[in-house]
Design a protein around this ligand. Structure first.
Ligand code: GRF
Length: 223
């Protein structure tokens, strides 16, 4: 078994994606290709911290309010990541903009999950905006992080069909469920060395499959 990839997971809130990563790669999982070396939150009250503690993971709080500048905050975050021996950083609902220095230091070793099919709908309120735009498909994206908000080479995406009666809440729930399948998949591919960044595009090597079906939404009537 190869040495597992040691990752730090950065959170700010409920941590349901963190939970999906714990379920896939946590201490109870034998021969995991990923080891969660640290769960770091910028918010002392993030419910995700409890999930981490319950799983027996190391946690740290770096409260952004205690810092004068974004630079100082990022330096403190960087220090904790390195102290935990992590070689890779996974943002899972981490609601802070990172400095150019941090993003450059962790280039191609820093990933994020965004609840939309990037490059559509970067930023906040993605489900509301998708409904307003009338798109027929929505979803989520795991990507390497670059300086612009929610930009960077795309690693994997999940596709969620929008239903005519969807509300922001129902659509958000299905996208979130898809995220919980997508993030472990993407991280596994990375940990197994199957993900290469070439310029601003990602190629995935090895035994991966690609869906063959063309999806139409709405669907044609049944014959
Ligand atoms: C997810 O929708 C993720 O895509 C976005 O923030 C949300 C975090 O949710 N970046 P959780 O804390 O993982 O439950």
């Amino acid at each position: 078994m190869a040495v597992p990839l040691r990752v730090a997971v950065l959170i700010s809130g409920r941590g349901s994606n963190l939970q999906a990563l714990i379920d896939a790669f946590g201490p109870k999982v034998a021969d995991s290709p990923v080891k969660i070396a640290l769960v770091l939150s910028n918010r002392p009250d993030a419910p995700g911290l409890e999930r981490a503690a319950k799983a027996g993971l190391k946690t740290e709080i770096v409260d952004h309010k205690a810092f004068q500048s974004r630079e100082d905050f990022d330096v403190a975050v960087d220090r904790e990541i390195r102290a935990a021996g992590a070689a890779f950083v996974v943002m899972a609902g981490f609601m802070r903009l990172l400095t150019a220095q941090f993003v450059t230091t962790w280039k191609d070793k820093l990933v994020n999950i965004h609840p939309a099919l990037l490059p559509s709908f970067p930023g906040l309120h993605t489900h509301k905006r998708a409904l307003e735009a009338g798109v027929r498909f929505h979803g989520a994206t795991v990507h390497f992080v670059r300086q612009d908000t929610d930009s960077g080479p795309i690693i994997a995406q999940s596709l969620v069909a929008v239903r005519p009666d969807d509300t922001e809440e129902t659509l958000a729930a299905r996208v979130l469920e898809s995220e919980h399948r997508l993030y472990p998949l993407a991280l596994r591919l990375i940990a197994q060395g199957q993900v290469q960044v070439e310029g601003e595009r990602v190629t995935v090597s090895g035994a991966t499959r690609c869906p063959e079906t063309v999806l139409l939404n709405p669907m044609p009537p049944m014959a």
